[in-house]
Design a protein around this ligand. Structure first.
Ligand code: ADP
Ligand code: MG
Length: 687
C-alpha cells in the first residue's frame, strides 16, 4: 500500500481554487500546507440562518443583515479624503452605510444586488448608520451553492490578508475538506476519546468550519483544543523521559563540611521555603540522571543562597560549578557574594567578564581548565569556545529568560551531562510554565524572608515632581539610598542616555545637593560600571541615576526608594523587576512613578502595577494583556504554536492533557502498539 502523504506535507497551492499567487498570500497568514489551512481557526462565526431585519435594529449591537443597495454616492471631503455613502434596504427599513478613504469599494457596490452586512448600527441624528461594516456580496448565479456555504447556516469568518476575501476563503476550505477530510489522521487513542467524549477528527474538523449548530461547534473546538494541548504535553513528556534516561558520570556527596559550614556562616536562617527547595536540588544531584530544574520565586525571595548551597555541594564533591548572568553588573555581584560566602571556606572563585583585563582573564581560564578555580561566574562570554573546564558538574543560569535556548545549551555543552539549574525572577504564569518549561522540574520559593514590608507604589503626575523629590530626600536623610531609573529605547539609545546623563547632573546640582549622586549606564566601560555599583553597594553613593541595566538581580538592601521616569514605556515584567531592586531589607520601601498617561494600554499597565504587588499575579495580568507570544518573546519553540487552544482560556484542559500525556509516557515510553501508530507518525512530523 503506498503511503498517503500527510496533510502537513501537501502544499496548499494545489487545493482547488488556490494556485501559486494566492498561495503566496496565504503564506502571510502562516498557511502553507493543507493541514495549516484546515487548522486555521475562524476568528468568528455568523449565524446567517436568520437575519436581523432593519426594522428591528438596536443601536450598538453587532448584527448581520441581508440587504440591497438603493443608491451609492462618493464625495470628496474638504480634507481631500473620500467618503463613500450608501443607502441599503431589506424591505423593513433603510440604513445608511459609510466608509472613509475606501474609494475602491465603489466598484464593488452594485445597485440592486444582494449583500450581507456585518457591523454595529449607531444612531446618527435620528437615523441608523453603519460605519465601515463588513461586506460580502451574494452571488446571483451561484444558486444552491450560496445556501450551502455563505448563507442559510452558521458561517465561518476567517482571518484575512490583502487580496483574499471571505467567500473565496470559505470555498477553498470547503474544497480542502471535500478532498482531504477522509485522509485526516485520527491521532488521539480511542480510549482517550471515549474518556473525554471527544468526537472523531473527521467530524470535528467539518463542524469547526461549517457547524450545523452552536453546540456542535463547541464540541468540535474542544476536541481540537484537546488534541493540540495533548500533543504539546506529549512532546514535553517524551523530552522529560529522554532526559531522565540519561546518566551523568558523577556522584555527589551531599553531606559534607563545606555545605554545612556554608549554612552556619550565613547571617540569617534559611526560610522553610528555601530549605524545601534545597532538598529538591540535593535530590536531583543524588539521582543518576542529570538535574534539569527551573527555580522560580518572586524578586527578592532569596534564590541566590539556594543556588549557592548547590554550588557548595558540587565543590565538596570535587566538581566545578559555573554561574551565568545576563549582565556584567549581575555577574560582578554574584561573584562578590559567592566569594564572600565561599572563599573563607577555601573555595576559589573567578569572574569571567568583559571588564577583566586580558592577561588576568587568560590566567583565570588556565586555572579553570586545570580545575584549580572551582566556581566561575560570568556573562554570556562564558560560552566562548576557549573557555574549558576540568570537571564541570553544575551549571547555574540566572535570570534565564534573558538568554536564548541556544545560549543555554551552549554553556551546558561544556560538561558531560551537566546538572542544570535555571533561575527566573520574572514569575511565569503557571499555564506558561507548564507549556514552555513543561519538560523541566520546577521548584518555587513561595515566601519572602521574614520582616520584609511590601513595597508601596505611588503614581504621580508631572506636576507633583517636587513633592516626589522631597520624598526621596526624606529617605536619604535617614541614611537610605535611592534609584532613579530612565528608560532606554533601543533605536534611540543615544538620546535617552543623554537624558539620563543630563538628569544626573541636574539632580546632583539642584535637587540632591549634599548627597552623592552618580550615573550608571550600559555604555560605560565595564570597570567603571563596577566601580559605581560597588560604591552604591557600599553606601558611599546615595543616589544611583541609571538606565534599565539595574533591571535584573541587583541587591542593595539599604536602597529603599526608586523613582521610575516614563514608566509607561516599560512592560509589566520589567517594571516588576525594577521595583524588585528595593524592599530587600527590613525597612519599608517606596516605588514612585511619574507619568501623565491617562488612557490606553500603558495606563492599564500602570494601574495594574500600582495595584498588584505579587509577581505571580502580575504575570497573570501581563499574560491577559499581552498574550503568551509576547510574554515569552525570546522562546522560539516552533512546535508550541497553538492554533485553536488558548493557554489562558483553556487552562483546565492543560492540566488534564498533561496528566494524560505524562501517564501515557510513564506506562508506555515507546508508544508501542497499533493504537498509537498515527500518534507516532504525527510526533515525527513535528506538527
Ligand atoms: P532573588 O531571589 O531576587 O535573586 P536574592 O537571592 O538576591 O534574591 O536575595 C535577596 C536578599 O535577601 C539578599 O540580600 C539576601 O541576602 C537576602 N536573603 C536571602 N535569604 C534570606 C533569608 N532567609 N533571610 C533573610 N534575608 C535573606
Ligand atoms: Mg537574583
Amino acid at each position: 500500500m503506498s503511503r498517503q502523504p500527510a496533510l502537513a506535507e501537501l502544499s496548499v497551492q494545489y487545493v482547488k481554487g488556490v494556485g501559486p499567487a494566492r498561495a503566496q498570500r496565504l503564506k502571510r497568514l502562516a498557511i502553507e500546507s493543507v493541514a495549516d489551512l484546515l487548522w486555521t481557526a475562524p476568528r468568528r462565526y455568523e449565524d446567517r440562518s436568520r437575519f436581523v431585519t432593519i426594522g428591528a435594529l438596536v443601536p450598538g449591537e453587532a448584527v448581520t443583515i441581508r440587504v440591497r443597495f438603493l443608491e451609492v454616492e462618493i464625495r470628496r471631503m474638504r480634507t481631500g479624503r473620500t467618503l463613500l455613502q450608501a443607502a441599503a434596504s431589506d424591505g423593513t427599513g433603510t440604513v445608511s452605510c459609510v466608509w472613509f478613504h475606501q474609494p475602491y469599494l465603489l466598484t464593488q457596490l452594485n445597485i440592486g444586488q444582494e449583500y450581507i452586512l456585518y457591523g454595529q448600527a449607531e444612531l446618527a441624528g435620528r437615523r441608523l448608520q453603519f460605519i465601515h461594516p463588513e461586506l460580502e456580496r451574494l452571488d446571483p448565479v451561484a444558486g444552491g451553492g450560496e445556501l450551502g456555504l455563505h448563507i442559510g447556516r452558521i458561517v465561518p469568518m476567517y482571518p484575512l490578508t490583502e487580496g483574499l476575501n471571505q467567500r473565496w476563503f470559505r470555498t477553498v476550505v470547503r474544497a480542502a475538506l471535500d478532498r482531504h477530510s477522509c485522509n485526516l489522521e485520527e491521532v488521539l487513542p480511542a480510549g482517550l476519546r471515549e474518556r473525554y467524549h471527544l468526537p472523531s477528527m473527521t467530524h470535528a474538523i467539518e463542524q469547526f468550519h461549517f457547524p450545523q449548530a452552536w453546540d456542535q461547534l463547541e464540541q468540535a473546538r474542544q476536541r481540537l483544543i484537546f488534541e493540540e494541548l495533548f500533543l504539546m504535553q506529549l512532546r514535553l513528556a517524551l523530552r522529560r523521559a529522554r532526559w531522565m534516561a540519561r546518566r551523568k558520570p558523577r556522584r555527589y556527596q551531599p553531606e559534607g563540611t563545606l555545605a554545612r559550614m556554608f549554612v552556619q556562616r550565613l547571617p540569617f536562617p534559611l526560610t522553610d521555603s528555601q530549605q524545601g527547595v534545597i532538598e529538591e536540588l540535593v535530590g536531583d544531584l543524588r539521582r543518576p540522571a542529570p538535574m534539569l530544574r527551573l527555580l522560580q520565586g518572586d524578586v527578592g525571595c532569596g534564590k541566590t543562597v539556594v543556588a549557592a548551597y548547590a554550588t557548595a555541594v558540587a565543590v565538596q564533591s570535587r566538581y566545578q560549578a559555573v554561574w551565568m548572568a545576563p549582565t556584567e553588573l549581575l555577574a560582578q555581584q554574584h561573584h562578590r557574594v559567592l566569594t564572600e560566602y565561599l572563599s573563607p571556606l577555601g573555595v576559589r572563585t573567578g569572574l569571567l567578564a568583559q571588564g577583566v583585563p586580558a592577561a588576568e582573564r587568560r590566567a583565570l581560564m588556565r586555572q579553570v581548565a586545570e580545575g584549580t578555580v572551582e566556581v566561575v561566574v560570568g556573562t554570556h562570554a562564558l560560552i566562548a569556545s576557549s573557555v574549558a573546564f576540568a570537571r564541570l558538574g553544575l551549571v547555574i543560569i540566572d535570570e534565564q529568560h534573558k538568554f536564548g535556548v541556544v545560549q543555554r545549551s551552549a554553556l551546558a555543552r561544556k560538561a558531560k551531562e551537566p546538572d542544570v539549574l535555571v533561575m527566573t525572577a520574572t514569575p511565569i504564569p503557571r499555564t506558561l510554565a507548564l507549556s514552555f518549561y513543561g519538560d523541566l522540574a520546577c521548584s518555587t520559593i513561595a515566601e519572602l524572608p521574614p520582616g520584609r514590608h511590601p513595597v508601596r507604589t505611588r503614581w504621580y503626575k508631572e506636576s507633583d515632581r517636587l513633592q516626589v523629590y522631597e520624598q526621596i530626600r526624606q529617605e536619604l536623610r535617614q541614611g537610605r539610598q535611592a534609584y532613579v531609573v530612565y528608560p532606554v529605547i533601543e533605536s534611540k539609545a543615544k538620546t535617552d542616555l543623554k537624558a539620563a546623563a543630563q538628569m544626573a547632573a541636574h539632580l546632583k546640582a539642584h535637587i540632591f545637593p549634599g548627597f552623592v549622586v552618580e550615573l550608571l549606564h550600559g555604555q560605560m566601560r565595564s570597570a567603571q560600571q563596577e566601580a559605581v555599583m560597588h560604591g552604591f553597594a557600599d553606601g558611599r553613593i546615595q543616589v544611583l541615576v541609571s538606565t534599565v541595566i539595574v533591571e535584573v538581580g541587583l541587591d542593595v538592601p539599604n536602597a529603599t526608594v526608586m523613582l521610575i521616569e516614563h514608566p509607561e514605556r516599560f512592560g509589566l515584567a520589567q517594571l516588576h523587576q525594577l521595583r524588585g531592586r528595593i524592599g530587600r531589607g527590613p525597612a519599608p520601601a517606596t516605588c514612585l512613578l511619574i507619568s501623565d498617561v491617562e488612557e490606553g494600554d500603558a495606563c492599564r499597565r500602570l494601574q495594574a502595577f500600582v495595584e498588584i504587588r505579587d509577581g505571580f499575579q502580575l504575570a497573570e495580568r501581563d499574560l491577559q494583556l499581552r498574550g503568551p507570544g509576547e510574554l515569552l518573546g525570546r522562546q522560539q519553540h516552533g512546535w508550541l504554536r497553538l492554533q485553536v487552544a488558548d493557554l489562558t482560556r483553556d487552562a483546565q484542559w492543560l492540566d488534564r492533557t498533561r496528566a494524560e500525556a505524562f501517564e501515557l509516557v510513564e506506562r508506555n515510553p515507546e508508544l508501542a502498539g497499533q493504537e498509537f501508530a498515527a500518534l507516532r507518525v504525527r510526533l515525527r512530523q513535528g506538527r
